[in-house]
Design a protein around this ligand. Structure first.
Ligand SMILES: *Cc1c(COP(=O)(O)O)cnc(C)c1O
Length: 228
């Protein structure tokens, strides 16, 4: 069962996470202002998301286009321009138009066919989200993302075929393994390719990710409670 948290406890959790972000940044000689706390609102009761908004939170991540469209339709409360919505789950080409209409950032670009569909969707909707490339950092069979060894070629093709320059890389390290080597590896790939932003780190390891250079941390359960 997902948790319904009170407005106060969500505001308190947010303040505590922001403090931990600031400490982790400071201890690695970074400024907290370089780090964006993305609240992962997937599968959360609307009440928790409303409490996060009331506490002043403005950046949210969702992993399913349909679920996000249903929720955020009414949830912007007249503040669409102040809210940043990020897609952090896999995207099918047949949902590219819906994704372009809704999201400000798509973090999960991982194949040329999807890039082509997004370009077409952008022409249709008049809106092109900013893009991150998802890297399958642990080269896992079932996981989506570009293999680390294929990243150079993928970035070159994105540029030459579609004139796309992604603004970041994103990864989800393998479950049950230490995350830091994977974070380190992603940071290295980004540096080698002149890419500024790194979306890595979740509820259990965001401080580690910050030490490794994360610019975007994606926090779900530690902020909005355990999902259903
Ligand atoms: C669900 C999800 C998260 C948040 O996970 P928590 O452990 O609840 O913080 C982060 N990133 C992605 C891609 C997710 O799907």
């Amino acid at each position: 069962m997902s948790q319904d948290l009170s407005e106060t406890s969500i505001a308190e959790r947010r303040a505590a996470i922001l403090e931990r972000i600031a400490l982790a940044a400071k201890s690695s000689g970074r400024s907290a202002g370089e780090i964006t706390f993305v609240a992962v609102s997937k599968q959360q009761p609307d009440q928790n998301v409303a409490a996060a908004l009331a506490a002043g939170h403005r950046v949210f991540g969702e992993n399913r286009v349909q679920e996000a469209a249903a929720r955020w339709d009414e949830r912007f409360m007249g503040h669409r321009d102040q809210i940043e919505l990020r897609l952090i789950g896999p995207l099918q080409t047949n949902k590219a138009v819906d994704a372009c209409s809704l999201f400000d950032v798509i973090e999960t670009l991982d194949r040329m066919k999807l890039a082509g569909a997004l370009i077409k969707a952008a022409e249709k909707t008049g809106r092109m989200p900013r893009l991150f490339v998802q890297v399958n950092i642990g080269a896992e069979d079932q996981k989506s993302g570009v293999l680390p060894g294929d990243l150079s070629g993928f970035l070159k093709s994105l540029k030459s075929e579609y004139d796309i320059t992604p603004e970041g890389l994103m990864c989800i390290p393998p479950l049950g393994e230490a995350a830091s080597p994977h974070f380190w590896y992603l940071a290295n790939l980004a540096e080698n390719h002149g890419i500024q932003n790194l979306s890595m780190g979740m509820s259990s390891d965001y401080e580690t990710a910050i030490k490794m250079g994360a610019t975007h941390i994606r926090i779900g359960s530690a902020f909005l409670g355990v999902r259903g």
